[in-house]
Design a protein around this ligand. Structure first.
Ligand code: BGC
Length: 348
């Protein structure tokens, strides 16, 4: 008799867990690429946290291919995802998928990168992108002591992908700090390339940044003149600049900025080749987005802290901005190791 009861109990438990699985709401997560470390982490964090919260997850990476991302998101919507979280390769290229989401009334959250030119963007969660640029620009200002030193100092600029709305914020945040010194002549940009369109790096690729930096070095610094700072919007572009300097430059090593605290760039900070980075703890962003998903699906009010900044040309998207944190060789142990973000082996 006892055996029969426990058998029945087991069957009951199995039925309950199967039906819980069948009932689990499905969430689509679309990431731009696996090429950069951060998006792998973002994707993994989102998947783990969403699953812990009881959702089924359809996580896709799009190999930096716009058409592939469009297909993936369209499939997520057609295959029953009840919320879709997207970090776009190109902010304006997912219009038809967003139109489909609207038709089916599926909320869309823009993850880290704003979705542009469409009304169907329910929320945006990111780090304060302008502040990232401010932190980078302020670092250069203080490291060169621009307020007090006579100068002139020589600087070059490498920004991000024009298809990524964030890139403009990073550039503007930094240039709003540094432009007055360029205008007064205390900073000289020998290449003359200061406009965003001249300094941008399509797809944020290290190789693209490296090719441009090498060409600047051979055209303007081959006479042995030195560079004091190279403002880079993120770590993948900073890596391109570092590679170009290693191959084409003999002068004193310049100040180089970055963003993301990618493992290979933290190693460069430890080596003294990159001066700083901006740490955007992807665990914080993922946790915030998972909270948003829960609030949306349970009909609660969704927590946002910015309803003015992020205009996608059609609507101002209610946003939650997490705070970016300055990182360098002096605080990386506390910031990245003690916090459990990386292990010591990661940085060997
Ligand atoms: C992100 C950065 C990242 C860059 C390249 C931006 O949208 O905000 O953290 O470095 O994309 O992937």
């Amino acid at each position: 008799m006892k055996k029969i009861v426990s058998l029945l109990l087991c069957v009951l438990m199995l039925c309950v867990s199967f039906s819980a699985l069948a009932d689990a709401q499905k969430v689509g997560v679309s990431m731009p690429t696996k090429d950069l470390q951060r998006w792998n982490q973002d994707g993994e964090n989102m998947k783990n946290l969403l699953e812990e919260a009881g959702y089924e997850v359809d996580l896709q990476f799009a190999a930096n291919d716009v058409q592939q991302q469009l297909n993936q998101v369209t499939n997520m919507i057609n295959n029953g995802c009840e919320v879709v979280v997207i970090s776009a390769i190109e902010g304006s290229s997912l219009g038809s998928a967003l139109d489909l989401a609207k038709e089916k009334n599926i909320p869309v959250i823009a993850y880290d990168r704003l979705l542009m030119d469409n009304e169907w963007v329910s929320y945006y969660a990111t780090f304060d992108n302008y502040m990232v640029g401010t932190v980078q620009g302020t670092y250069v200002k203080e490291a060169l002591d621009l307020e007090n030193a006579d100068g002139p100092f020589y600087m070059e600029i490498t920004a991000g992908d024009p298809g990524d709305n964030n890139a403009n914020y990073f550039y503007s945040g930094a240039m709003d700090v540094l432009n007055p010194y360029i205008e007064s002549g205390k900073i000289i940009v020998k290449s003359g390339q200061t406009a965003f369109s001249d300094v941008a790096t399509p797809t944020w690729k290290t190789e693209v940044a490296q090719t441009r930096a090498s060409s600047i070095l051979s055209s303007f610094y081959a006479d042995g003149s030195s560079i004091d700072a190279w403002l880079c919007s993120n770590d993948s572009t900073a890596m391109g600049v570092i590679n170009a300097l290693e191959d084409n430059y003999d002068g004193d090593w310049p100040i180089i900025t970055g963003q993301d605290c990618d493992k290979s760039n933290v190693k460069k900070m430890i080596e003294g080749k990159q001066s700083m980075s901006v740490f955007k703890d992807t665990r914080t962003l993922a946790a915030q987005v998972v909270k948003m998903v829960g609030q949306i699906l349970s009909g609660e009010e969704v927590e946002v802290n910015d309803t003015e900044t992020y205009d996608n040309h059609i609507i101002v998207v209610p946003s939650f901005l997490c705070e970016p944190v300055f990182g360098d060789v002096n605080n990386y142990v506390e910031l990245l190791l003690d916090s459990g973000y990386y292990t010591e082996d990661d940085l060997k």
